[in-house]
Design a protein around this ligand. Sequence first.
Ligand SMILES: NC(=O)c1ccc[n+]([C@@H]2O[C@H](COP(=O)([O-])OP(=O)(O)OC[C@H]3O[C@@H](n4cnc5c(N)ncnc54)[C@H](O)[C@@H]3O)[C@@H](O)[C@H]2O)c1
Length: 343
Amino acid sequence: MSTYDEIIVDLADRRYPVYVGEGLLGSIDSMIPDGVSKIAIVTQEDIGILPELRLPSQIFYIGDGEQAKSLSTIGQLCSGFAKMGINRRDLVLAIGGGVVSDTAGFAAASFHRGMRYGIIATTLLAQVDAAIGGKTGVNIPEGKNLVGAFWQPSFVVCELSALSTLPERERKCGFGEMAKYAFLGAEGLDRLPLRSQISACAKIKASFVEEDEREGDKRALLNYGHTLAHAIEAVGFSDPRVNLKHGEAVAIGVIFAALLAQKLGRIDQARVDYHRRVVSSYGLRTELPAGIDLERLIAAMFKDKKSFGTLTFILDGSSGVEVVRDVDASLVRAVLTEFATQA
Ligand SMILES: NC(=O)c1ccc[n+]([C@@H]2O[C@H](COP(=O)([O-])OP(=O)(O)OC[C@H]3O[C@@H](n4cnc5c(N)ncnc54)[C@H](O)[C@@H]3O)[C@@H](O)[C@H]2O)c1
């Protein structure tokens, strides 16, 4: 194996390594858990990363984008797994970004009521976030990630050379998730080499997951910026003017969270400016898409998984970011309206 960082997600008997480095694809065989006799590889056609494996394998291609993260894809994968004849001890190997790892992970969690799976994360966003922590799931027309399971992988590989073919826009999406880590204990990340940045994010994610695997309030902090981001994505499902990817929506969500926190007296203008500086330093946009329907955004935010009938946000404050429940909808509307005028 070449030089790499190893971060352990320590969940007792379900602990697993996250490897971050270059040249790791030649070592996948050594990571396959004992007892596996067949491997179902789940990936997308354009990714073009298929490591040589000692064990027999079959490739299952899924579609591209959020539409592919669906229950119908889960049905197709599970039928394919059944026809291939994999059993509970075999392995599902996800190779791709967050769409592949979320979908393949949920298929692995569901088929035979739970199979082992490994992830080769090939986008920056998956390497700093989506591949780590065992949140798997798919979208339904009513919202993002509404159907899923907590199901931890056996290993995660963050192969840096994979990022060389990543389109610039996708790279920036990774920076969107990275930007949030600046408010979760990783300031000054952008001054580090990329491998150290990814490892630092993976360490933070691992520590949050270890403390709160099933997302009580602690792990929910990783959703900084996501209440609005998921709403933007949900509106984008049916409004072609809202053409934003997940990481881009998170960047805008982080700015909105800062403005809302300011309105609630939790942070001052200097801290809002700092949010803008961090997000802008990654070359990400900080405004809402022009013309987006604000009432649809608010309705979508009420459906957020953190909300139980009222609006819930992760907000910065004097003791750092925390979950803030029961935020007044009219205040949210006022801040959104003001935010929208900056578009
Ligand atoms: N489970 C979690 O904890 C978690 C956390 C954050 C985000 N997510 C989810 O992750 C998804 C977004 O993930 P993403 O940003 O990785 O998007 P993605 O998986 O859609 O990948 C983006 C694009 O890059 C392509 N691609 C992947 N690897 C490539 C490579 N090495 N070279 C060239 N092209 C490549 C893909 O085919 C796709 O077209 C969202 O659905 C989001 O909800 C999940």
